[in-house]
Design a protein around this ligand. Structure first.
Ligand SMILES: [Zn+2]
Length: 272
């Protein structure tokens, strides 16, 4: 069992004997080995002609330091490596690696989007004491942002509510999800999203589990609920189709990496 430790260490340190989570846009640099993927270890970046930017210490895997960085203008991939979208790496490396890579992608996205101060427009710099950036002019500090979102499975007489977003791949359906509004509780968010997107109300809303979802910076908070009232009315903006599905007649579902799929699988394994 691997152990990933997130304890903060300053970015400004000698880098040796480390794992490297290197991203070119949304794609992660990995090594293929016997149908599994490996995170590069102790990579000699100069030798490979790679100059990463926005380098950050992100934690330690079994006490070995892990760094995240971006690869700008990646025109070629060094021999023996491939670039792979993070979602496609799921199942090809241990979950601990997948979630560490997600943390790396999340932090890189945050840093790339906070190069300048939102208050006064001057450049931001990393600070030593904690994982944050600070304005070089007005001292405004920005921490990594996490956007909470709810995701909920509603069950009605043994059937599950699944909906199709216009953003989904053709044919795929999932459970209802949406971002939490400022000033809103998670439970209120569940009710609002169900009302807005499919026009129904639910009861017995219960916490299921949560999952970091670094596309780009969410924390998904999963719930289950029972149908209470209302007919399905789709908004035709976020949602283009929705229906109640029985266990034996399911459409195409989200990939195994997602909490959506974990909740749907819970429904599939539940009785009756
Ligand atoms: Zn500033």
């Amino acid at each position: 069992m691997l152990n990933f430790d997130m304890e903060y260490k300053s970015w400004n340190r000698e880098v040796r004997n480390s794992y490297w989570f290197l991203f070119s846009g949304q794609r992660l640099l990995v090594r293929e080995k016997e149908e599994q993927l490996e995170i590069p270890f102790d990579l000699d970046l100069n030798l490979l002609g790679i100059e990463p930017i926005d380098m950050m210490h992100i934690g330690a895997m079994d006490e070995i330091d892990c760094y995240a960085a971006s690869l700008p203008n990646m025109e070629f991939v060094p021999e023996g490596f491939i670039l792979k979208g993070l979602r496609e790496t799921y199942g090809l490396m241990a979950d601990e690696w997948f979630f560490a890579a997600g943390r790396a992608q999340h932090l890189i996205h945050w840093k790339e989007n906070h190069k300048f101060c939102g208050r006064c427009g001057n450049p931001m710099g990393m600070i030593e004491e904690e994982r944050a950036v600070k304005c070089t002019s007005c001292d405004h500090i920005v921490y990594p942002r996490i956007s909470p979102a709810i995701i909920v499975a509603v069950i009605k007489e043994g059937e599950i509510l699944l909906a199709r977003s216009s953003r989904f791949p053709t044919g795929m359906y999932s459970i209802i999800a949406g971002f939490v509004e400022p000033g809103e509780t998670l439970e209120a968010c569940v009710n609002r999203e169900l009302k807005e997107e499919v026009g129904i109300e639910a009861k017995n809303i219960r916490y299921f589990a949560s999952q970091p979802w670094p596309f780009p910076d969410s924390l998904m908070v999963g719930f289950t609920a029972e149908y209470s009232s209302g007919e399905i009315v789709i908004d035709n903006k976020e949602i283009v189709d929705a229906n109640w599905f029985s266990k034996d007649l399911l459409p195409q579902l989200p990939g195994k990496a997602s909490i959506a799929r974990k909740i749907i699988d819970w429904y599939l394994s539940s009785t009756p």
